[in-house]
Ligand binder design. Structure first.
Ligand SMILES: NC(=O)c1ccc[n+]([C@@H]2O[C@H](COP(=O)([O-])OP(=O)(O)OC[C@H]3O[C@@H](n4cnc5c(N)ncnc54)[C@H](OP(=O)(O)O)[C@@H]3O)[C@@H](O)[C@H]2O)c1
Length: 259
């Protein structure tokens, strides 16, 4: 795995390419990309430091590891054009709704396919990369892929049947968290804090709280209790959030996305 190719070079592919380039592991690979709008592709490649390809065929001939990063509905068309050239290639799909089985019927038998679901924070090496357990990659090559993915975030392996539930959290979740960041910052601004400082306070509070939970493994309810002194300020805010249904709103959002 020396040359990595992206079929489609939009938001997700660029986030991955930026993350790979910034990491020690990822920067040892050459990154190629193809997208139909060549002017836009060349601009994006020169900004990110990857190599633009003039055609799908050129990308496939130069790369042994190929990421499918176009829109899910475009994959069948791409496979129709280059399917037979994928003999022996290592394929990684980031497309929502595509799993191992769906690919297996459409690619050559010798092609390897691994479905993953990254999220956009991979661009700053803090992504979540869901990796479906079902795959036909050789063990050593898959380990190399997982190392590469691990260089831009936390790799979590899931059975295929749970990929949608996982994606509801890590794929859709950044939008929910961004709404929470914006709302908490609005509260800070309402109380006189400058907007820029408000985002700084909110984001670091989120990072710190998340890191504390991940590193200690302490139940989030206990971490919350540790901040709520009896009769104090925080528990009054907690009571307001309960009254407004924050928990059930978030559970319902994950539920609807998972379905
Ligand atoms: N965005 C996310 O947060 C996220 C998270 C997880 C997974 N994903 C998955 O990532 C994939 C891409 O999503 P995105 O948000 O990055 O979309 P996007 O920004 O719209 O990018 C789509 C890319 O596909 C290219 N493309 C269009 N037609 C093509 C074709 N026939 N052959 C090859 N490439 C073609 C587009 O090129 P032109 O601009 O030249 O048309 C563009 O570079 C999707 O499958 C999605 O499910 C996205």
């Amino acid at each position: 795995m020396e040359n990595i190719g992206f079929i489609g070079f939009g938001n997700m592919a660029q986030a991955l390419a930026m993350g790979f380039n910034a990491s020690e592991k990822g920067s040892s690979y050459r990154i190629f990309a193809y997208a139909p709008n060549q002017k836009k592709l060349k601009e994006n490649c020169s900004r990110i430091g990857s190599v633009p390809c003039a055609s799908l065929g050129e990308l496939v001939s130069k790369c042994d590891t190929i990421f499918f990063a176009c829109k899910p509905y475009q994959i069948e068309g791409v496979l129709g054009e280059i399917g037979k050239d994928l003999e022996g290639k290592q394929l990684v799909s980031v497309a929502a709704g595509w799993d191992y089985e769906r690919f297996a019927g459409l690619i050559p038998e010798t092609a390897k396919i691994q479905c993953i679901m990254p999220n956009t924070p991979v661009s700053v090496s803090e992504g979540v990369l869901l990796v479906a357990e079902e795959n036909n990659w050789d063990e050593n090559e898959r380990e190399e892929l997982l190392n590469l993915l691990g260089s831009v975030g936390r790799v979590v392996e899931l059975p295929t049947r749970l990929m949608n539930a996982g994606m509801a959290v890590s794929g859709c979740g950044p939008a929910f968290v961004d709404m929470i960041i914006e709302a908490l910052a609005d509260g800070a601004v309402k109380n006189g804090i400058q907007r820029k400082q408000a985002y700084e306070l909110v984001c670091q509070t989120l990072i710190g709280s998340a890191k504390l939970q991940l590193e200690t493994g302490i139940h989030p309810g206990e971490l919350k209790d540790n901040v709520c002194s009896p009769g104090g300020v925080t528990i009054k805010g907690v009571a307001v959030l309960e009254e407004e249904g924050i928990r059930s709103a978030l559970i319902k959002a994950i539920d609807v996305c998972a379905k």
